[in-house]
Design a protein around this ligand. Structure first.
Ligand code: DGJ
Length: 723
């Protein structure tokens, strides 16, 4: 619910457990309060900070001191606030000075879509637009806030309009800012690398600025577009959390600055380093959406808020609420070395073992026998598939499975027909050879003709090969930022325009083929973010399929994104990335935390392992109702304790739950571990195996874990309400 208090000029956004309060003070929009939900009684009291409030328009003499301390809701630079700015603008005189003053507002039901960008959606929501004006530069800045019914998040975005007669250049437009008094916070972020995505880290705030960012043109393996201020005492179940997550897949920055008065200003948006945007008179610029979550009950509560938000109001695909087919992908089975006979052997074995979809990964097009050629040549390689994709698709479908195919639409190899025909389509700067990565270059997706070409090629293949699924990969960062099409004063727009091009192609493909199931991927989890989730209901989470490494990667991923979004497969051992061997059952138990599948040569599995597959799939289907729609509770973290991992998925009605326990390291001569469960109903009775327990016993005293033998042993326990 969103209210406006006329007398106090105060806005109050209430979610079930939080209130977000702003007010206009002498024309400036201030961030007044964000935290546990407040009643409306004498709400104006919040505006009192000093005994005699400072009014800048009256006390002109000390305006700078005022601006440098005021908790500005959307900060601007050049006039006296020396902390992090939300917006920097260069006007027609080449000067940089902005002052945003409240102009008007409107509160309405529902929510507008963001043009060209992914955004949350749904009718059961209230929204507020606050219009600020910069008189000297003739700019109108609209801050939009939305709150969905039953969800403890505030969704924010910003739009800038040039209302003047001269062009202006935006150098920075952040999507969100909040100002929190430091009562003892740490910063929680996620860092990583290829095959090591989403490792959670916490550190002190300290005076000055900490930030995480990506300048790679993708949200990146290295730093996730997420930051949370967490109370020093905060854990899964207790403590305050203020979290940001960005609905954007390109370069970003998120910073937390602790100022001289021990307030923390946390800001997130498109990275200004490789960004500028010229607004001609009448033009607008739309900054992406950011999700802001407050939890007074720890990190677990933040997680469940984000999961609900993304499942209900972000993912759009028809596959959102459908059971996903259990797939087998040939990447780790064959890499580039396959032919039709090999693929059909895999298909046959997979179908016989109840696998539901076959995905043909990289290497089916051009003459791609390794990763150094053919990207862009989306024509089947007849040496490998003499009768084309159509024939393979026909055979796959005959065996009762769906058929999926890998693409890397944004890329081009120098060794390709497309490059010969259109060398100017690559992103490169004048007079310098662009740097190769994985021997490939990036197509200039800011160009309409490039996007159109890819749409046509992909559409034809989707139709003729009757594709049910696409894995959309992206395997290198953006460098050498130059576009042949953009004028000199607009080259700074390339990174964001590129992202808009990618979004537009995903939008067109998913609209033209609504039944098509899209899974995004970027060298594993390099672009696993909320922006991509809007188009694809699931995203490949890491190229590291080692079950033990996955415990850490998946802990981070599941902290923000629902299980139904996280691509997780069983692969062969010794694992191709780590060389580690883990029992087949544990590989499956760990992959059960996400969308389940296999990535191995099933024809080479021994009979004992192969025999486990149909049962694993049956289990997956049984777990699915709970894992896909239920609540996730983290009980223990191998990342923290180095020995074991435990988490639960609990149905919303608390009647059914699954607990996964992985004993990473066996400890000789040890007692059985007792772990406190979570998310159950204290009043209910539950059955686990032959035993009955009270919900309160399981949660407050804990459950003895089974006595497992060996490293990497694991179990998934079914917990059912006993009536
Ligand atoms: C990177 C992806 O993450 C892998 O799963 C695989 O599709 C390769 N690319 C193919 O080149």
């Amino acid at each position: 619910m969103i209210k406006y208090y006329e007398k106090e000029q105060l806005f109050k956004i209430d979610t079930p457990d939080s209130s977000y309060v702003m007010a206009v003070a002498d024309g400036f929009l201030g961030h007044v309060y964000y935290g546990k939900r407040l009643s409306d009684y004498n709400i104006g009291y919040l505006l009192r900070t000093e005994d005699s409030p400072f009014v800048p328009s009256v006390n002109r003499r000390d305006r700078v001191s005022f601006l440098d301390a005021f908790p500005m809701e959307y900060s601007f630079g050049g006039t006296g606030d020396f902390r992090e700015t939300c917006m920097d603008v260069i006007n027609g005189n080449g000067q940089k000075n902005t002052e945003l003053i409240y102009d008007s507002h409107v509160i309405y039901k529902g929510k507008k879509a963001l043009e060209g960008l992914p955004s949350t959606w749904g009718e059961d929501c209230d929204s507020l637009d606050i219009v600020l004006k910069d008189a000297a530069n003739d700019l109108e800045v609209t801050l939009t806030y939305s709150a969905f019914e039953g969800i403890d998040a505030v969704i924010k975005s910003v739009k800038v309009k040039n209302c003047g007669a001269h062009p202006v250049t935006l150098e920075k437009v952040m999507s969100t800012s909040i100002d929190v008094e430091d009562t003892g916070f740490e910063i929680m972020t996620m860092h990583g690398s290829w095959a090591r995505e989403n490792h959670i880290q916490r550190r002190d705030v300290g005076y000055g600025t900490c930030f995480v960012d990506s300048r790679r043109g993708i949200s990146s393996h290295q730093n996730h577009p997420f930051m949370a201020l967490v109370g020093k005492n905060a854990d899964q179940k207790q403590g305050e959390v203020y979290a940001y997550n960005f609905i954007y897949s390109g370069s970003f920055i998120c910073s937390a600055e602790k100022s001289q008065f021990a307030h923390i200003r946390m800001v997130m948006g498109i990275h200004p380093a490789d960004f500028s945007w010229t607004l001609e008179p009448g033009d607008t610029f739309q900054a992406p959406e950011a999700v802001v979550v407050y939890s007074s009950e720890g990190i677990g509560c933040m997680t469940r808020t984000l999961h609900d938000l993304y499942r209900k109001h972000l993912i759009r695909s028809v596959w959102k609420d459908r059971e996903r087919p259990v797939l087998i992908n040939n990447w780790e089975a064959t890499y580039f070395d396959f032919n039709i006979d090999k693929l059909l052997q895999i298909v046959k074995e997979a179908a016989a073992n109840k696998i539901e979809m076959f995905v043909l990964d990289d290497g089916w097009f051009g003459h791609r026998d390794s990763d150094n050629s053919s990207l862009g040549d989306w024509f089947v390689d007849k040496r490998k598939l003499p009768d084309g994709l159509e024939k393979l698709s026909e055979e796959v479908k005959k065996s009762g499975m769906k058929f999926g195919l890998w693409f890397e639409p944004e890329m081009i190899s120098e060794d390709s027909e497309l490059y010969k025909a259109h060398p100017d389509w690559v992103i490169a700067t004048e007079g310098k050879e662009p740097a190769l990565a994985r021997e490939q270059l990036v197509l200039d997706f800011s160009r309409q003709e490039v996007v159109d070409y890819l749409f046509d090629r992909m559409s034809e293949i989707i139709e003729t090969a009757k594709l049910d699924y696409i894995k959309w990969d992206m395997n290198r960062p953006l460098t050498d930022l130059g576009s042949k099409m953009l004028p000199a004063n607009r080259q700074g727009e390339l990174m964001h325009r590129y992202m808009l091009g990618v979004y537009s192609l995903q939008e067109r493909i998913t609209s033209a083929f609504p039944e098509l199931f899209l899974e995004n991927c970027s060298s594993g989890g390099g672009r696993f973010d909320a922006g991509m989730l809007y188009y694809s209901p699931q995203i490949w989470c890491s190229d590291d399929t080692d079950a033990i490494e996955r415990l850490v990667i998946q802990e981070g991923t599941l902290m923000l994104y629902p299980s139904s979004a996280m691509g997780a497969h069983v692969s062969i051992c010794p694992n191709h990335t780590t060389g580690r061997t883990v029992p087949f059952a544990t590989r499956a138990n760990v992959a059960e935390a996400g969308t389940f599948g296999y990535e191995l040569d099933i024809t080479k599995l021994d009979d004992e392992e192969k025999a486990q597959i149909p049962k694993q799939i049956e289990n997956h289907k049984k777990y699915y109702e709970v894992t896909a729609y239920g609540d996730y509770y983290r009980l223990a973290s191998y990342r923290e304790n180095g020995k074991y991992d435990a988490y639960m998925m609990v149905s919303k009605d608390k009647k059914k739950a699954y607990l996964t326990y992985v004993q990473v390291q066996a400890v000789p001569n040890s007692k059985r571990r007792r772990i406190k469960l979570d998310g159950l109903d204290a009043e209910k009775r539950y059955r686990i195996g032959d035993m009955l327990y009270a919900g309160d016993t399981l949660m407050y005293a804990g459950l003895l874990m089974p006595d497992l033998y060996g490293d990497a042993a694991s179990v998934i326990l079914e917990i059912t309400e006993e009536v």
